[in-house]
Design a protein around this ligand. Structure first.
Ligand code: AMP
Ligand code: MG
Length: 313
């Protein structure tokens, strides 16, 4: 495919040129693939919203190489620094106060007082961030409310050749979006992810809650329906309905025609990696409905259940 670029120094340089012209590209991160654009450029940000068909009220996560580059744009405090030391670079997104004179386009954060920031770990996107003189706004590389992509084929399935530049970084390591934690005002997890509440609590030495009710706050991961493969999903099923694809977990389930096991070994991390690829596969096989067994609600299982609930809504 013409729009796929292997990971090489030459192609990374090409990617940087595209970004500097305020065009957008698809990039791998350790969580899922994203659509990246210059966060200081309203023209680039407009392109991201347009191609994703994303409501303009849903702010984007701004990605940085390190603290030094962040300091122009955000006000940070001790809580942030503690978490940063432990979890960044990595799959944790912080909502912090935006600096008044920050150059982040107001379209990127839906004109809020805050911005969501992340320091991704994937070396390909880090190499871009390191040498660019602007941070990158990177939402997941899928149409709004759909299933996030975990490899280049998923990105192509979402956008065809409307994305002219896709950097190939293989399959993403984690396969679920980052944990989002609010640090401005009430400390709260806005979106569960692979870094869980207890790990965060340990570092902060404080109680951390998970936001349950969807309030007015503009947070796209909190839209009631999201991560949807476009067919009905029923959760906590003991047995599958007639002709339904049955998503299961653990070795007590035998292999079978309509059975899709997220992890035979009963490993939640594996299940997280396989969730989106399984939803996509089931949809592409032409199933009209999906049944899912109960998935253990601990560690990354909390994030898996969060995505399944929203996909089922
Ligand atoms: P996505 O780009 O699809 O991974 O989703 C972006 C996520 O970032 C959403 O789930 C929101 O929770 C979060 N987000 C971005 N900006 C803000 C903000 N300023 N305040 C609260 N949440 C935000
Ligand atoms: Mg998304």
């Amino acid at each position: 495919m013409k729009n796929i670029y292997k990971n090489s120094l030459q192609n990374l340089n090409k990617a940087k040129k595209v970004l500097k012209k305020n065009n957008i590209i698809a990039v791998p991160t350790e969580t899922v693939y994203g659509l990246a654009g210059n966060a200081y450029s309203s023209s680039a940000i407009r392109k991201i919203y347009k191609i994703k068909k994303r409501p303009s009220k849903n702010p984007l996560i701004i990605h940085y190489y390190n603290l030094k580059k962040l300091k122009k744009d955000a006000i940070i405090d001790n809580k942030f620094l503690k978490l940063y030391k432990k979890f960044s670079p990595g799959p944790l997104t912080y909502v912090v106060k935006k600096k008044k004179n920050s150059k982040i386009s107001i379209l990127a954060n839906a004109n809020l007082k805050t911005i969501a920031i992340r320091f991704p770990k994937n070396p390909i996107v880090r190499s871009l961030l390191k040498s660019l003189e602007f941070p990158l706004a990177i939402p997941s590389a899928n149409l709004s409310s759909g299933v996030s992509p975990i490899n280049i084929y998923d990105v192509v399935e979402e956008f065809g050749n409307r994305i002219k530049f896709i950097l190939d970084g293989g399959t993403t390591k984690i396969g679920l979006e980052s944990t989002v934690i609010n640090l401005y005002g009430k400390i709260q997890i806005l979106r569960p992810g692979s870094i869980n509440k207890n790990e965060i609590k340990k570092v902060l030495g404080k109680k951390v809650s998970i936001l349950r009710k969807i309030k007015k706050i503009s947070s796209p991961g909190l839209l009631k329906r999201h991560y949807s493969p476009g067919i009905p999903i029923k959760l906590n099923c003991k047995k599958p309905d007639y002709k339904a694809a049955f998503i299961v977990f653990g070795k007590r389930f035998k292999r079978g025609k309509h059975i899709f096991n997220l992890s035979h070994k009963g490993n939640l991390n594996e299940a997280g990696r396989k969730l989106y690829i399984t939803l996509r596969k089931i949809k592409n096989l032409g199933y009209k409905k999906i049944n899912v067994v109960r998935i253990p609600n601990s560690k990354i299982g909390i994030a898996i259940n969060d995505r399944l609930r929203k996909a089922a809504y």
